[in-house]
Design a binder for this molecule. Sequence first.
Ligand code: FAD
Length: 342
Amino acid sequence: SGNEIVTDVVIIGAGPVGLFAVFELGLVDLKCHVIDILDRPGGQCAELYPEKPIYDIPAFPEISGQGLTDNLMKQIEPFGAEFHYSQMVTNVEKLADGSFRVTTDADETFVAKVIVVAAGGGSFQPKRPPVPEIENYEGKSVFYAVRKMEQFRDQDIVIVGGGDSALDWTLNLEPLARTLTLVHRRDQFRGHADSVNKMRSLIAEGKINFVRGQLSHLEGNDGMLSEVHLKTDGGDMAIPATRLLPFFGLTMKLGPVADWGLDLHDNALIKVDTEKFETSQPGVFAIGDINWYPGKLKLILSGFHEGALMAQAAKRIVHPDEKVVFQYTTSSTKLQKKLGVA
Ligand code: FAD
């Protein structure tokens, strides 16, 4: 998109810790933009265990990963943070005036005085299917996520996988596609029953095709796909295709965070102090699973505490002339006004 967004704070990662940081920063009047590779908030909670109960969130004897995410989204709503999903922060550079420029792989740029790295276990990255030369097609006709639905309009689309991503995109892209074929190695699906039912009725209505099989190889030119070849019980099969979306799950890698010149611990975690949770680069903070300090526990509740202290320090950087007054949400009408309850 090429435009530059100027804000107080950029939060890298919309996991539970990045989300709660919006709350703490909001209480000290700092405006946030939040960026995540995933297409929705919640980080590990939403991606890895949405339905599993968590038992150690203070005052919630039991809450699911998705439930915690939904509650956090509700709690931070008054602060109007802006979310930028389905893009990875690739660069963080320091500018001459002391602020930072953040760039994503979707070519969005942000300029902020404070950067909060809440990148958890690192970037969720799609697993590449074992298909020869698939990398030649990536970003041109093979995609691991849908960023712009328009890129799929009037295309011959092949979607591979049996989980929620494969099902969701089958349902969402069907109305736009010229043809759509869903490929899975079994006729059983791991996704929500409701999505499975909707998908099956699209097959019954003849609106999409289903093939039981596995990817074998691709044909095309200059990164533009023309055919997807499958191994099926009935032998090899070629499907005319101009777009391929393989959904083979995600792995977590540290990713570009390693290249931002921050001091690391064991080459994998960002070193911070325990007063402000600031990294070796003043103005860049790291909170949640991505950071390390003596005694660190990778728990959600630790990340919440880290966010509260970080926000105090961030405030001093953005507004060095303003005094930070300690206040309770229970008794401060100022804070209650910010929360929209007074
Ligand atoms: P994450 O949840 O990892 O979120 C980080 C986000 O940052 C991700 O969405 C990622 O896509 C994004 N990101 C990373 N790099 C980039 C980049 N360069 N650009 C854009 N986005 C980026 N903890 C508990 O306290 N209690 C429990 O009971 C518990 N149970 C768990 C059960 C399971 C199965 C698992 C896997 C974890 C469990 N945890 C539990 C751990 C807990 O989920 C983590 O501590 C928590 O998710 C950390 O939150 P976070 O916000 O720091 O990071």
